[in-house]
Ligand binder design. Sequence first.
Ligand SMILES: Cc1cc2nc3c(=O)[nH]c(=O)nc-3n(C[C@H](O)[C@H](O)[C@H](O)COP(=O)(O)OP(=O)(O)OC[C@H]3O[C@@H](n4cnc5c(N)ncnc54)[C@H](O)[C@@H]3O)c2cc1C
Length: 440
Amino acid sequence: MSLATELSDKGFLVEIIEKKHYLGGRASNTIDNKMQDPVPIGPHVFVSAYNFLKAFLKKVKADEEISWQRRIFLELYYKGSYQVLKTYRLPGALYMLPWLLFYRFVGMFDKLSNIRLMLFIQFSSKEDLEIYDSQNVLDFLKSYGVTENFINKFWRLFVLSLLNLPLELCSAGEFCLLLKEWTNLKTPHFGFTKVGLGDLYTIKSQEYLENRGAKFHFDSEICKIDFSKSEIEGIQIKTKRKKKKIFGDIYVSTLNPMDLRNLLPEEILFSNFFRGLNVFEPVPYISVNLWFDKKITNKKFWALVNDEETSKYMNTDFYDQSNIYKSRKNQSYITSNIIYSKAYEKMTDKEIVKKTLEELKESFPKMKANIIHYHIHRIPYVIYAPFPGVRQYKPERQTPYKNFYLTGDWTVKEIPQCMEAAVRSGYECAELIEKNHPIK
Ligand SMILES: Cc1cc2nc3c(=O)[nH]c(=O)nc-3n(C[C@H](O)[C@H](O)[C@H](O)COP(=O)(O)OP(=O)(O)OC[C@H]3O[C@@H](n4cnc5c(N)ncnc54)[C@H](O)[C@@H]3O)c2cc1C
C-alpha cells in the first residue's frame, strides 16, 4: 500500500493484484462472526521508531487509531511478581540503562555485565556491526561477558519477541543493528491499534488509491511470471473463474522470498541474481485468541520471564484486547503469540488452548474468568528466519530485468522485518522507480 500510494502520488497509474479478497497481507485482520471482534492474523505492536509507517498512516488519514504506551516499555511477570520496565528519555545506547538498573529479577553483577555491550553498540557504526552476522546472539553475548542469568531472563525474551528466533539460532548482526537503530530514538515505546490491524489502514488506502485512478484485482493469484530476455513480458493470474494475463510497463513484487521463488521459472531462480532466494526459511507462529466471560486484567501487554535455556512457556507475548480495542471493554479477549512455533505444531487446538490457559493462570492465579470462545491461527510464514549468514542474500531492489523490482519487509537492510520495514521498502522502491522511469 505504501508503494502504491507513493507511485500514485508521483503520477504512475497503479494496479494491485491480491490473491486474497482483502488487503493488508500479514498486517490484516478478519472479523469473528460470533464475538464481532476484529481478529488480527496475530497480535502486532508498533514501535515508536516506525517513522515511515507513521508518515504513511498520516498520508492516508489513518493515524488516529494507534494508542501509544508512552511511559511503560514492557510488563514482565516472574515467579509471583510483576515488573513494569519504564521508558526514559536518554541519549544514544543509554536507553538500555533503565532496563539494566531497574530490572528486579537479576542481581547487580548480572546487570553490570551488560555495560561492555552497551558501550560497544554506542561506539560502533552500522558497518562495523554488519560483520557479526556470521555469529549467533548467544555466542556474541557471552563473548561480551553478559552473564547467563541475564541472557536467560532478559535477552532470550527480547530476541524471540523482536527477531523471532531463539538466540542460539539468531544472527548477532541483526541483533546489534536493532540495538543500534534504537539509539536514534528519543524513547523506545510500543503502540497498539484500537481497531482491527488491517481496518486501521486498508479501507483508507484503497480509497486514497481509487481516487487517483488505481485499479484493484482481488481473489487474483499470480501463478506465473513470463520473462523475455531483458524484462518481464507479462504475468499470469488465476481467479476463481478463469486464468488471464496482465501486462504493465513496470512490475513490482511485494511477495515474501518463499512465495516469490515459487513463481520464478527455474532458469531464473538459479541465475546469479535470484539464486540467493533459495536460502530463506520461514519463521512459523501459532497465534492464540481466547474470549472470556469476565475481565481478567487491566494490563494491555505482558510477557512471562523464563529463567532456563529451554523456555517452559509456550507463549511469548500476551495482550488483553479489551484494554486496547475501543469496541470491547468488559470481557477479556486475550491474544498471544507462540513464536517460532515448530516445537508445538503437532498440538491440537484444544491442547494449545489448555496450555495457554495454564500460562495465563500462572500470571493471574486468582482469575475467575472462563473461556467462551477461541480461535487458533497457524501461520506458516511470519518473517524469514534471520539465521546467521543470511543477511548477505537480501537482494537489491532492482533486478537485472529492467522493468522488475522487489519490495516487501525482507528487502530492507537497515532494520529487522516488521511493518516499518514493509512501508519503508515501499517508499524506497517508489523513489527508485521514479528515478529510473521518469514520467515525461
Ligand atoms: C503473527 C504476526 C505477528 C507479527 N507481529 C508484528 C509486530 O508486532 N510488529 C511488526 O512491526 N510486525 C509484525 N509482523 C510482521 C508484519 O506483519 C510484516 O512485516 C508486514 O506486514 C509485511 O508486509 P509486506 O507488505 O512486506 O508483506 P505481506 O503483508 O506478506 O504482503 C504480501 C501480499 O502479497 C499477497 N500475495 C502473496 N502471494 C501472492 C500471489 N501469488 N498473487 C497475488 N498476491 C499474492 C499476500 O496475500 C499479501 O497481501 C507480524 C507478522 C505476523 C504474521
